[in-house]
Design a protein around this ligand. Structure first.
Ligand code: AMP
Ligand code: GLY
Length: 422
């Protein structure tokens, strides 16, 4: 079977790794891959757009496309492939454009949750035309104020400030100065929720769903969870404070109404649902939906799944997830992300990475790396994920930190406190 994975970060490196270990004979194809993915797949190089993607699917007789990141889904890659008479038979793992609205528009997601009584922060949306109502809305609330750009913003579209004056400036910047481009033409103002966050992943085949192990990620750049938001600096699975009672509340109040809502809306959806949750005094609330797996959570979630990954993807396609039983490795997995100094703002790249070959107690998943003249070079903000497992998360973290000591590159940064709150 010929499989093309869209995306070339550490999440996608895990996908390739899992697919290589499938019982089925597979040929794997990547697009503009990082160093590790280029060595385990057939690398295709082209500017990513749908027409070029179609050519790649035809030229390489691709049977299945697995979509890693959200932007192609939000842009409608599922609908593009499915509606094309030449490539319409290709299996696509990922939702239709309508389904991807759950991530592509926070306003859409809020209306969906409101319609299906899914617990989430109270909110109201505003545009340039209703900015004075927005300012009044802020005036009548107490801080902290949560302002969200409606559209995709690479995890940076949420601004939280304490004072009304600051909130008013942020609102004006978003609506009048388009501080997040088109994405902030609509702004969602939300009630501030206080609690501990976690990530929930659901496989959905359009009829049946299956919940994957929970994970926790560490989004801020600096220790103690302060500083700028990043794509994620580390992750842990399982989550120590998750118990059956919490899991049941999440299933009943959030997962079931979400999938029933998607079915009721007639939305085509065969893929992953990633629900960002916050535990407020023992009750789960949805912070956000994503329509793909999380990065860096995938690096600790998928290695725990013993099932053949391709069989899982085919169960999603064939709508028989109800017949699949997940086998979960009970070990604890910890991931520490190595990044480039300056990330998530500007950073330099092109530095030689040394020492990966000396690592024996961890698995390294590459993100921003590039193979050039037999050297592995840094090529992005997040450079790699260092993943270890043990029978408790502290031991797993210890192994990852020891492995990190063996990896050298100029400007190597990482958080030394992953798991501090568990
Ligand atoms: P999002 O991009 O929606 O996941 O938001 C990014 C981060 O902002 C989340 O991981 C939370 O830490 C924080 N956040 C978002 N919404 C809220 C809220 N209503 N209350 C408190 N924190 C929030
Ligand atoms: N880890 C958060 C994300 O993938 O969006």
């Amino acid at each position: 079977m010929n499989i093309l994975v869209i995306g070339s970060g550490a999440r996608e490196h895990v996908y390739f790794h899992k697919l290589l270990n499938s019982k089925t004979d597979v040929s794997l194809f990547s697009i503009n891959p990082n160093a590790a993915i280029s060595s385990i797949s057939k690398a295709l190089y082209f500017d990513f757009n749908f027409q070029n993607l179609k050519q790649a699917i035809i030229n390489n007789s691709i049977n299945l496309v697995l979509v890693g990141p959200e932007i192609p889904l939000i842009d409608g890659v599922y609908d593009f492939i499915k509606s094309d008479y030449e490539i319409g038979n290709t299996i696509v793992i990922g939702p239709s454009k309508n389904g991807a609205m759950l991530e592509g528009s926070k306003d859409f997601a809020k209306n969906f949750m409101s319609k299906y009584n899914i617990p989430t922060a109270q909110s109201k949306s505003f545009t340039k035309e209703s900015i004075s109502e927005g300012i009044n809305y802020l005036k009548n609330k107490k801080g902290p104020y949560v302002l969200k750009a409606d559209g995709p913003a690479a995890g940076k579209g949420v601004v939280i400030v304490d004072k009304f004056d600051e909130a008013k400036i942020v609102l004006e910047d978003m609506l009048l100065n388009n501080s997040f481009g088109k994405s902030s033409e609509t702004v969602v103002i939300e009630e501030f929720l206080s609690g501990i966050e976690m990530s929930c992943f659901v496989l959905f085949d359009g009829k049946n769903c299956l919940t994957l192990p929970y994970a926790k990620d560490y989004k801020r750049i600096s220790e103690g969870d302060v500083g700028l938001n990043t794509g994620g600096m580390g992750s842990i699975s399982p989550v120590s404070f998750m118990d059956d009672e919490m899991h049941n509340k999440i299933e009943e109040r959030i997962i079931k109404p979400t999938v029933n809502g998607l079915i009721n809306e007639g939305i085509e959806y065969k893929g992953f649902i990633f629900i960002g949750l916050i535990n407020v005094n023992g009750n789960p609330y949805v912070i956000e939906y994503n329509v793909r797996m999380g990065d860096p959570e995938t690096q600790v979630v998928l290695p725990r799944i013993k099932n053949d990954f391709l069989e899982i993807l085919l169960a999603i396609e064939n709508q028989n997830l109800d017949q699949l039983e997940l086998e979960i490795n009970p070990n604890h997995y910890a991931n520490v992300v190595l990044a480039s100094k300056g990330y998530p703002e500007s950073y330099n790249k092109g530095f030689v990475i040394k020492g990966i070959e000396n690592i024996i107690n961890s698995t390294v998943f590459h993100a921003g790396t590039l193979l050039k003249d037999n050297n592995v070079l840094t090529n992005g903000g997040r450079v790699m994920s260092v993943v270890s497992s043990a029978d408790n998360f502290k031991e797993a973290l210890k192994q990852s930190y020891e492995s990190i000591g063996l990896i050298e590159f100029e400007g190597k940064i990482y958080r030394k406190d992953i798991g501090f709150d568990l």
